[in-house]
Structure formats: structure tokens, C-alpha cells
Write a protein of this length. Structure first.
Ligand code: FES
Ligand code: FES
Length: 183
């Protein structure tokens, strides 16, 4: 679309014109800005996620803004991508799935891999949880039975600020490896 972009987000289509005029999306706008400020998606799974892990932070899932922490990841054509490093103007024709889209539309129940992450009891502050959900879903999309080392590599881009204290990621890798072996 010339001077415009149509975004496919969680199966819904959003049409924007591109440019610097009021109401347009600047070519420099990042996807996390568009998702958060224009569409109102904040990386939540709705009531189920809130009930399960208490993720009630009203802030959108943006943290470092520099591609470092992985917290803002969304799935683009099935792969986890840092939305703070992705230009909205380049997302036309791609299938974008946010955390809100990783659930059954009728029941609201999170998808199985998401549930597996949510069932992990070791998260403490949950800062890293949105990014770990996206990274795990991306990994299982590409490899339904990842090994422990593949899970370790798949989560490597996600910063958990309590990892050094609690070893959360190491335990989560073992937890997901059981999920991988059980289906
Ligand atoms: S906020 Fe995007 S990677 Fe940290
Ligand atoms: S549990 Fe707090 S950052 Fe990972």
C-alpha cells in the first residue's frame, strides 16, 4: 500500500497512512509504539493471565527500548521479534501476534505453550514474563520438541533481572524441557 500500511495484528486488520502529518504514522515509529499508543495492546493475556500470575502492571511491555531485554517481543510470522527495534512501516503483510493473541478466541484460555510458561511457579517480579512467553512460543513454533540446550538458546535474548539470584531461567528451561518431552 503506497504511503500506508495494513497491519495484521492477532487476525484483525488495521490500516494506517504513513507520513509526518497529524494522525499518520511516521516512518520512524516503532511497532511497540503503534501497538501501545495507537491500538491499545499492552502485552497482556487478559483476565486469565492476571489471575494466573498477577500480571497487572498497567505499563505496556516496554523496558530498555534498545533490543536488549526481550520484554517487548511479539511474534512476527511466528518468530519472536523485539517490537522496540521494528519499524511499523515495514510490517505490512506480516502476521503479528501479541500476547493478547496467544489464546483461544472463544474461551480466552491461553495457548498450551503460554500455559506451560504461566504454570512455572518460579517467576518472582514477572518483569521478564511477557518476553519469555513470546520467546517460548516462537521456539515451539519452529521446533515442537526442543531439547534443553535448544530451549536455553531460545530464551537467551530474554533478560531476567533475578536470574543471578534465583537461577530462574535454568529452572524454567528444565520445566519447558518436560513440556517438550510430554507431547
Ligand atoms: S524493550 Fe524491547 S528489547 Fe527491551
Ligand atoms: S522474574 Fe523478575 S525479571 Fe524475571
Amino acid at each position: 500500500m503506497k504511503d500506508g500500511v495494513v497491519l495484521n495484528i492477532n487476525g484483525d486488520h488495521y490500516k494506517f497512512s504513513l507520513g509526518d502529518r497529524r494522525g499518520q504514522i511516521p516512518y520512524s515509529e516503532t511497532l511497540v509504539q503503534t501497538l501501545r499508543d495507537r491500538i491499545g495492546l499492552q502485552g497482556k493475556l487478559g483476565p486469565t493471565l492476571r489471575e494466573k500470575i498477577g500480571l497487572t502492571d498497567p505499563e505496556p511491555p516496554l523496558s530498555c527500548g534498545e533490543g536488549f531485554c526481550g520484554r517487548c517481543a511479539v511474534l512476527i510470522d511466528g518468530k519472536a521479534i523485539a517490537s522496540c527495534m521494528t519499524l511499523t512501516s515495514e510490517c505490512g503483510g506480516k502476521k503479528i501476534v501479541t500476547l493478547e493473541g496467544l489464546r483461544n478466541k472463544k474461551t480466552g484460555e491461553p495457548d498450551p505453550v503460554v500455559n506451560a510458561v504461566l504454570d512455572y511457579p518460579g517467576f518472582i517480579c514477572r518483569f521478564c514474563t511477557p518476553g519469555i512467553i513470546a520467546a517460548s512460543q516462537s521456539l515451539f513454533n519452529q521446533n515442537p520438541h526442543p531439547s534443553e540446550s535448544e530451549i536455553q538458546a531460545g530464551l537467551a535474548g530474554n533478560y531476567c533481572r533475578l536470574e543471578k539470584i534465583c537461577g530462574i531461567r535454568t529452572q524454567l528451561v528444565a520445566h519447558l524441557a518436560k513440556v517438550s518431552a510430554s507431547h
